[in-house]
Design a protein around this ligand. Structure first.
Ligand code: 5AD
Length: 359
């Protein structure tokens, strides 16, 4: 075993200072070491399988006004949709037919999808397909989350977006019921027995490099089962769509919103949580249309989330520009994915692909 390889063994204990200096690193040769370390740790901890999760964007209604997101309630120009139960079920069957182990139901924060309706959907999907079920429906009540878990949901995704409390507050206007504490919700999810996913955007105006180092330390401390990271992509119809507004918010040690910087965070996430499931995200694919996915997969990621949302709705799930492109049709994806994985020396995962803890 080379010295370099031994060094990787200690990456899980990477200090905040080491994380910071990797985030600041610009030398391509040094960065190649980071990519290599993340790739080796990924292989040793979770193997070469790339788990495929079929993503169904079930509603773009949203009660929130997040400053970065195209679905925010203030974006009155966006046509809103809510898929019918049978349409959602058909997508889940499609995921199963394509050999995926998991279906992910995602939406804006849409109380039109009541506790009972989601619980019913989860029960039907579980009974009819046997797929693992991941929910990503925003901040919902503990009672909702409990009911969905009891109905058979396995996993929940809720990014904390940034660990910088002031920045979080600045980009998430409170609701009438007050701002929720996402970290508290993540604990509730864990206590309910969900596999818990969280993560951040990289490059939000006002987000400093030091705060992203804190985010990565938090990935470790929260013992996350899944960690999703993507670059911030400005959406014109949001408060952060205006370049002038953005430049006013930028801080002295502002972190960049590009694919390479997001890859650093993916790699560091892998190093601090070797056995987590880490997707090569759609935002990464949108930021680097040619190489985003393969870069993510070769720098620590082990999950892809092909988009199964019906074409009629997809363009309106407009979180950020170019997202629809990155979520090409399921058929195109299915054709391309096997080849892409083979070129990387990887293979599609089988089974639900949950977290397998190995210490
Ligand atoms: N750019 C990049 N990612 C975004 N998200 C929302 N808006 C944007 C944007 N403009 C991410 C958030 C959210 C996830 C579903 O999409 O991190 O949690």
């Amino acid at each position: 075993m080379s010295d370099l390889f031994e060094g990787f063994e200690t990456f899980g204990g990477l200090s905040r200072e080491a994380i910071l200096s990797w985030l600041r690193e610009r030398d391509p040769e040094r960065l190649a070491e980071l990519w290599h370390a993340a790739d080796i740790v990924r292989r040793r901890a979770v193997g070469d399988a790339v788990h495929l999760r079929g993503l169904v964007e079930i509603s773009n209604h949203c009660a929130r006004r997040c400053a970065y997101c195209g679905l925010n309630a203030g974006n009155t120009g966006l046509p809103r949709y809510r898929m019918a139960d049978d349409e959602i079920l058909a997508c889940a069957h499609r995921a199963a037919a394509m050999g995926f182990g998991t279906v992910v139901l995602q939406s804006g924060e849409d109380l039109g999808f009541t506790r009972e309706r989601i619980a019913g959907l989860v029960r039907r999907i579980a009974a009819e397909t046997g797929l693992a079920i991941t929910l990503s429906l925003g901040e919902r009540s503990a009672a909702d989350l409990r009911a969905w878990r009891a109905a058979g949901a396995d996993r929940y995704l809720l990014r904390f977006e940034t660990s910088d409390a002031a920045l979080f507050a600045a980009i998430h206007p409170p609701t009438p019921r007050g701002g929720e504490d996402r970290k508290a919700l993540l604990r509730i999810l864990r206590d309910l027995g969900y596999e818990v996913g969280s993560g951040v955007m990289v490059g939000v105006p006002g987000q400093g490099v030091a705060s992203v180092a804190d985010d990565i330390v938090l990935f470790r401390d929260l013992d996350l089962d899944m960690i999703g990271v993507g670059p911030f992509i400005p959406h014109p119809d949001t408060p952060l769509g205006d370049p002038l507004a953005r430049s006013r918010l930028d801080v002295g040690d502002q972190i960049a919103a590009d694919a390479e910087t997001a890859c650093k965070v993916v790699a560091l996430a892998r190093l601090v949580r070797p056995d987590a499931n880490v997707p090569a995200t759609t935002a990464l694919a949108a930021a680097d249309k040619v190489r985003g996915r393969t870069l993510g997969l070769s720098r620590g990621a082990n999950v892809l989330m092909p988009n199964l949302t019906p074409a009629t709705y997809r363009r309106d799930y407009d979180i950020y520009p170019d997202k629809a492109w990155a979520g090409e049709t399921a058929d195109a994806f299915a054709e391309g994915v096997v080849e892409m994985l083979a070129a990387l020396g990887r293979k599609a995962g089988t089974g639900p692909g949950g977290r397998t803890r190995n210490g």
